[in-house]
Design a protein around this ligand. Structure first.
Ligand code: PRP
Ligand code: URA
Length: 653
């Protein structure tokens, strides 16, 4: 991967004053999420499980540990994922603070064990164990299981005569400010909606006189955080182990997603270097230490990854200094006392959004990965998980309680592993006459479409022939490109128009050609362009310049120019050959980092290796190919293929 467009690269150290300012900005960005977790856990558990000073100190220490474990190569601040709110609260209800903390340590241990397994056996097994159909419902459960808490914090779960209207006004105001910032916030503000919401709600609460400042008056300027230590503050017990620890499965999937996104942001593949084993190790050790000190689990999560993407500051020096500042903040007694006076109504206002926001993220996982709910298998997995997770199921095994959430995760994983695949048992639906007709001309799996048409086969056979000259080759690449475009547009949405034929007025349908962009990968992709612009002449065109390094076969970027409104467009990426998949995947990663969501990949010939890589790295991108060949040879050429597409189109060899 090439360096991304960063203001400060991973190992760049800014001058002192700039360094301090940037680190403070980073603290500001991570602050909202870091203080929300302890506050919301305590509120949901009805007791003090976590304290803000310890959460700040452990997030700082955790971040420094993570930087060490990842050899200073992965720039992200660690904090507690919102996913831990419910398990920690339930863990404390079951077995007190000690139970929740032992659970947190176990989460750390699970991360470390998985890191070790990955060092020996690679990472592919994780995706098999935790596919989107298991992760999506799990995240929904995490969010929805706290919904009733948000409602009681707002104060609208009682009789109308008992409603505290000041509280409700503050909650609604907090909610509205947070929502507006999420919706309209620009630049840096967009990544701190919860912090802005809480601050605004707090100011209104002060004005309405519902903030009790006693803790602030009583607090000293400096104070030692209230660390909760095993054997000193509590006797460790495993009673809540199965309530808290299984959540590690979900946050580990989140971890992989975040590091994939971060790799794109910084232009370096973190899953390779320092490697997923090291990033997981960093999270694991940080979480274990947090558990020992009485803090919440410490993991990488979406909000802190976005900070890097939004600010373009990827320097580990800045993040390291932010970690030191967070540790120092934890010792400022007056400051943390002010934070502890945030009234319930303000929390209710943010929770109204936050818990739903978590649940919607689960839905997003399902939608982005195109989980097909016409398949009974998926319906069974999601339904059973949701009911177990939200229905309050608890199984007590001796002194250990397995919560509904853990049960849901375990059942989801098992069902996914053992339920037969749809192909085995859903022929009734698949084999309608209509489907058979459709399949005559295309061969489809979830996100791979292979054109299967006599005319395409005929053209391909001329194209592959080494005797075919440049002129004919070029024409054929364009023509097959057009057929691919025809298939790729089969799900296009049309607009209603009224037209008048020479005979009568009718309602007709038209394509909004302005919605599309074609992005050929240079050089060979431009050969296909000809055919596509014949049928959609108004599509915008961008170019992605990239060639394969002949030795490593890795793509080397050299040009990137796309339409300025690319984010809004449906994009067809064009490249005649999908060989190792390196070029196609990297081009798509660049587009995603520009915010493009709707991408299809069109190629003339694909190798199974390239298809597999694309499906792994970009499962949301549908591949359209005229042929799926046998394999790659030792030089990375497709067998039987057609040779070097670029050279044959441009006659350069
Ligand atoms: C070819 C082809 C693809 C790439 C596919 O480009 O046009 O872009 O190789 O290989 P991959 O899937 O293993 O990445 P090449 O590097 O030859 O550049 P060119 O188009 O400029 O000839
Ligand atoms: N690039 C090509 O042009 N041909 C192949 O077979 C593989 C990559």
């Amino acid at each position: 991967m090439k360096e991304a467009n960063l203001i400060l690269d991973v190992n760049e150290k800014p001058p002192v004053l700039k360094w301090i300012i940037l680190a403070l900005q980073h603290v500001f960005a991570m602050f909202g999420a870091t203080i929300l977790v302890p506050i919301l856990v305590n509120s949901a558990a009805g007791q003090t499980v976590l304290t803000i000073p310890v959460a700040l100190v452990t997030s700082g220490i955790g971040t420094l540990i993570y930087i060490l474990c990842t050899k200073g190569k992965s720039p992200v601040y660690l904090g507690s994922s919102f996913a831990f709110i419910t398990p920690l609260a339930l863990g404390a209800i079951k077995a007190g603070v000690g139970g929740a903390m032992v659970g947190t340590m176990l989460v750390g241990i699970i991360y470390v064990i998985v890191a070790i397994i990955i060092s020996f056996f690679g990472k592919d097994w994780i995706k098999k164990l935790l596919p989107p159909i298991v992760i999506g419902p799990m995240i929904m459960i995490i969010g929805l299981s706290l919904a009733s808490n948000a409602v009681s914090e707002i104060g609208i779960s009682s009789d109308i005569t008992a409603i505290d209207y000041k509280g409700v006004i503050v909650a609604l105001f907090t909610f509205l400010v947070t929502a507006v910032v999420m919706l309209k916030g620009k630049g840096f503000f967009r990544i701190i909606p919860f912090l802005i919401g809480i601050t605004s709600g707090y100011i209104l609460a002060v004005i309405l006189g519902i903030v009790d400042f006693t803790p602030v008056l009583e607090a000293t300027f400096f104070s030692l955080p209230n660390f909760v230590l095993p054997f000193i503050s509590y006797t460790p017990t495993l009673a809540a182990a199965l309530t808290v620890a299984p959540i590690a499965l979900v946050t580990m999937a989140e971890h992989i997603g975040d590091h994939t996104a971060l790799s794109t942001i910084i232009g370096k593949d973190l899953l390779k270097e320092p490697g997923l084993n090291r990033t997981l190790l960093g999270d694991g050790v940080a979480t274990f230490i947090a558990g020992i000190l009485g803090g919440p689990a410490n993991t990488t999560y979406g909000e802190n990854t976005s900070v890097v993407g939004m600010t373009k500051i990827a320097s580990v020096w800045v993040i390291g200094l932010a970690a030191i500042f967070a540790i120092m903040l934890g010792f400022l007694g007056k400051f943390t006392a002010i934070v502890s006076t945030i009234p319930n109504a303000v929390l209710g206002g943010v929770s109204l959004l936050l818990y739903g926001f978590i649940a919607v993220n689960g839905l997003k996982v399902l939608i982005e990965n195109k989980v097909d709910f016409t398949k009974s298998r998926n319906v069974i997995i999601a339904s059973s998980m949701l009911v177990l997770g939200l229905g309050g199921a608890v199984i007590n095994v001796s002194t250990v309680a397995v919560s509904g959430m853990s049960l849901a995760a375990i059942i989801g994983i098992l069902l996914n592993l053992f339920l037969p695949n749809e192909k085995d048992n859903d022929n009734i639906v698949e084999n309608t006459e209509e489907k058979e007709e459709e399949n005559k001309n295309t061969e489809k799996t979830d996100n791979l479409v292979v054109l299967n048409h006599p005319l395409v086969e005929h053209k391909l056979s001329i194209l592959r022939d080494k005797k075919t000259g440049t002129k004919e080759f070029r024409e054929l690449v364009g023509e097959i490109g057009m057929f691919l475009c025809y298939e790729a547009m089969s799900d296009a949405k049309l607009e209603d128009v009224k037209i008048e034929t020479p005979i009568k007025k009718i309602d007709a349908k038209r394509l909004d050609e302005d919605k599309y962009a074609f992005l050929p990968i240079l050089r060979a992709g431009t050969g296909m362009l000809d055919g596509l612009i014949k049928v959609i002449p108004n599509a915008k065109i961008g170019h992605i310049g990239m060639y394969r390094n002949e030795e490593t076969l890795e793509p080397v970027r050299y040009f990137f120019k796309v339409p300025s409104d690319i984010k809004e467009r449906e994009v067809l990426v064009l490249d005649p050959m999908l060989a190792t998949g390196g070029s196609g995947c990297d081009a798509i990663a660049q587009l995603k980092s520009e915010g493009v969501k709707n991408i299809k990949f069109l190629c003339l010939i694909a190798a199974p290796e390239g298809v597999e890589r694309m499906q792994k790295e970009h499962p949301d991108v549908k591949i359209y190919t005229a042929a799926l060949d046998e394999k790659l040879n030792e030089n990375g050429y497709i067998v039987p293929g057609l040779g070097d597409a670029g050279d044959r189109i441009f006659g350069t060899k």
